[in-house]
Design a binder for this molecule. Structure first.
Ligand SMILES: [Zn+2]
Length: 359
């Protein structure tokens, strides 16, 4: 993440995290369980996330999100009788299924949703839960989980997500634990067919749906932390090209940019956007192979005041040199290797700032 509010984020995160850790330590002593943060249900830590599949409808003119999320996981305890996710009360749960069987209505405890389930036995047992939900994600600032805006110059509506550090729960059911990366993720985004929707990994299909809709089917096979899952939707055009780093030899990296769909926009920004290839080639020389080279590096243009290093698909507000260089640096430092605790976010930001300096 970079720019206007990065200092605020830094201060907020360090103080918040350290305060929460002290509180957590007290809770650990008092209650003999060890949630990462005091607001998190202890049941979140009874399972290990392997896979997220988001299948949601989004729009460039609102923060309304609806659809379903499937979480594939395995249990870390001898017996799991409550399945917990984080999801704010503004998002309504419509129904849920454990391994395909409908489960009872959940109870809520603040931002935790607790599903009573037929007990799953034996540590290591795999299971999947699918949750259908809908709601309007609250918006109103840099750290909103979902934001929507209108660009007067290019006459484009755009919506985008930003989950760092704890806003993923404002738009999808999730376990917000830095130490529990999913092994892979699918993000399917249904939009009106005049729009494009960007996300992580490879765009494996664009499926036409009834009612003038299209589903953008993104899949990543790389481990991914919850806060690096994202979407952005607008009247975009795809401006793609390749970087040709020399490690590994004869390999190339797809750079896929979703920019506002305007000839003038592209004419004015083409050279600036193409700089991204040079940055990748330089960082590969300095840091080693691009970590997500079997998929891509991407950038979605939005009205975000700065940028956010969503894995393989950065969300940014412009293609300025420092911003592009900084967010790209995060692919090596922050995304591929991630801090285990938010109080160490300065490590991610320090390396990304250094990467920008090297560029
Ligand atoms: Zn950053």
């Amino acid at each position: 993440m970079l720019r206007k509010l990065v200092l605020l984020l830094f201060v907020f995160t360090v103080f918040y995290a350290s305060a929460q850790r002290r509180q957590t330590f007290e809770m650990f002593k008092q209650q003999a369980f060890n949630p990462e943060y005091s607001w998190q249900s202890k049941f979140l830590f009874d399972y290990d996330v392997h896979f997220y599949r988001l299948d949601i409808s989004v729009s460039p003119t609102s923060t309304f999100v609806s659809g379903n999320v499937t979480i594939g996981a395995s249990i870390l305890v001898d017996k799991l009788d409550t399945f917990a996710v984080e999801l704010i009360p503004e998002m309504s749960v419509d129904s849920a299924f454990l391994n395909g069987h409908k489960i009872d209505k959940p109870t809520r405890n603040a931002d935790n949703v607790l599903f009573p389930i037929t007990p799953i036995q034996n540590k290591g047992t795999h299971f999947s839960v699918r949750i259908y939900y809908h709601g309007t994600s609250p918006t109103g600032g840099f750290f909103s989980g979902v934001s929507t805006a209108y660009n007067k110059t290019w006459k484009k509506h755009v919506s985008w997500s930003l989950s760092e550090p704890f806003a993923a729960k404002t738009w999808f059911p999730v376990k917000q634990d830095l130490k529990d990366k999913a092994d892979s993720a699918w993000i399917f985004l249904t939009v009106d067919s005049s729009y494009l929707a960007g996300s992580e990994g490879l765009l494996t299909a664009i499926t036409k749906l009834p009612g003038g809709k299209k589903r953008f089917e993104w899949k990543t096979k790389y481990p991914i932390d919850y806060y690096l899952i994202s979407f952005a939707v607008a009247d975009y055009r795809d401006f793609s090209f390749y970087a040709h780093p020399d490690n590994p030899p004869r390999d190339s990296v797809l750079i896929q940019n979703f920019i506002y769909n305007s000839d003038n926009y592209l004419r004015q920004h083409r050279n600036q956007i193409k700089e991204t290839a040079k940055f990748i080639e330089l960082y590969v020389k300095l840091f080693g192979p691009y970590p997500f080279r079997k998929e891509k590096y991407g950038q979605c243009l939005t009205e975000l005041a700065g940028g956010m290093e969503h894995q393989t698909m950065t969300t940014l507000g412009d293609f300025g040199f420092d911003l592009v260089a900084h967010e790209l640096g995060h692919m090596w430092f922050g995304d591929n290797v991630t801090c285990a605790d938010w109080s160490d976010i300065w490590v991610n930001e320090g390396f990304a700032t250094y990467a920008d300096y090297l560029a």
